[in-house]
Design a protein around this ligand. Structure first.
Ligand SMILES: C[S@@+](CC[C@H](N)C(=O)[O-])C[C@H]1O[C@@H](n2cnc3c(N)ncnc32)[C@H](O)[C@@H]1O
Length: 392
């Protein structure tokens, strides 16, 4: 079937209309004339794949990666970075009615952490929206050191191994490898000079269970199961945005909710008399206490627990920072944010969809919204949003 792509959808796929029904064409680009195969047909929409490109867009490029057709990791390797950036900015205007800045990071080799799935010894990523394994021997999104460690695993396959391999790398290029499952060649990994820290089924086999990170001169201990932003330059950009916003504010008490290792709490402690961090992961809260010491801070209190279990106990708060997981905020937390009425709210979101939904509930008490996009996940359709709000 011959169609013409008229726009991009919210995931960066091509969009067209067939008999007034919306059709999403995987990796179609605006202006392209394509021969398509329908993959799924529903009452109100259909999904399609490109069978043949009849007229290609001048923005189409040959994907750098040989796995691009099957792998669910990247979404924009078939086009230029400028098109990807425009998609992210346009989506911000569509979803959030604003975009006050776009912070570029690195187009490739930016990820400091990867999770590989292992099936009968074969290592790879899952195909988009499925659990089928796409075998990988190199990924352009990963920092070089991670690809080097992956190579050791590929040279030491164990066809009985089913599990997961996480490889992390810090600013000093030290590695931390976490293997879940029974892997018979683990000694080969342990012996490798490329592996500094190795944890198997929660037991340290080499080095330590954590390493240090450094962002703009601040030191952070990050344990093997603690969250840390996957793109260091992206976190630096968040720091810069927050610093600029907080510089002239007179803050007594600040909340750092969903705080991980309290990276944002540590930063904010310079601009507030007291900061309270709340984080559910015990390891991360222990790291946060150490991060307080590493950065010589004495006005940061760290609470281990769920935000929704503590949110009703906070009073006289000037600033709230929320940085929740992809699903966004729960109803109770939103309801209490409206009672707490902090003078300033900073919402950091890795999902623009969740941010859009939550802002609808908050807009009757917050105004002067400023939206900054931080390109935390280049070549994918995801972008980190930093939203700055003032109380009405
Ligand atoms: C996106 S990370 C942000 C961490 C931190 N702000 C940073 O930039 O490194 C979200 C964090 O929220 C934590 N988390 C998830 N659900 C939570 C909850 N209900 N209460 C408290 N923390 C939660 C996760 O463990 C994770 O560390």
């Amino acid at each position: 079937m011959k169609i013409k792509i008229i726009d991009l959808d919210d995931l960066g796929n091509g969009l067209t209309k067939i008999d007034n029904k919306v059709c999403f064409v995987k990796r179609g680009l605006v202006g392209e004339v394509l021969d398509i195969d329908l993959r799924k047909e529903k009452k109100s929409y259909c999904d399609a794949n490109i069978k043949k490109i009849i007229e290609a867009s001048s923005n189409r490029v040959v994907p750098l990666c040989k796995y691009y057709d099957q792998c669910g990791g990247c979404n924009f390797l078939h086009t230029s970075f400028e098109i990807e950036r425009k998609f992210k900015e346009d989506k911000s205007y569509r979803f959030l009615k604003a975009c006050h800045g776009f912070y570029k990071t690195k187009e490739l080799r930016y990820r400091n952490k990867v999770t590989f799935h292992v099936l009968n010894g074969e290592i790879g990523y899952y195909e988009e929206k499925t659990n089928s394994l796409v075998k990988i021997d190199y990924c352009y999104l990963l920092e070089d050191k991670i690809n080097q460690v992956l190579k050791i695993f590929l040279e030491n396959k164990d066809s009985y191994f089913n599990g997961q391999i996480v490889i992390r790398v810090n600013y000093l290029e030290e590695t931390l490898v976490i293997i879940d499952g029974f892997y018979r060649k683990i000694m080969k990994i342990k012996e490798s000079s490329l592996v500094d820290n190795l944890i198997n089924n929660d037991q340290v086999l080499k080095g330590k269970s954590y390493f240090l990170e450094n962002i703009l001169g601040y030191q952070f201990k990050v344990s093997y199961k603690s969250f840390f932003q996957v793109n260091r330059l992206g976190l630096e950009a968040i720091f810069k945005i927050l610093k600029e916003f907080l510089e002239d504010k007179n803050i007594n008490i600040a909340l750092d909710l969903y705080s991980g290792t309290s990276v944002l709490g540590v930063l904010t402690s310079k601009y507030a008399k007291l900061v309270l961090s709340v984080e559910v992961n015990k390891l991360a809260t222990n790291d946060a206490k150490e991060n307080r010491r590493l950065n010589k801070i004495n006005n940061l209190k760290v609470i281990n627990g769920k935000v929704e279990d503590y949110i009703d106990s906070f009073k006289n708060i000037d600033l709230v920072i929320v940085d929740p997981a992809r699903r966004g905020l729960d109803k109770k937390t939103i309801d209490y944010l409206k009672i707490i009425k902090a003078k300033y709210l900073i919402y950091i979101a890795c999902s623009m969809d969740s941010l859009k939904r939550d802002l609808v509930f908050l807009e009757d008490i917050y105004q002067n919204k400023k939206i900054y996009l931080v390109d935390m996940f280049p070549r994918t359709n995801k972008v980190e949003c930093v939203c700055l709000l003032n109380l009405r």
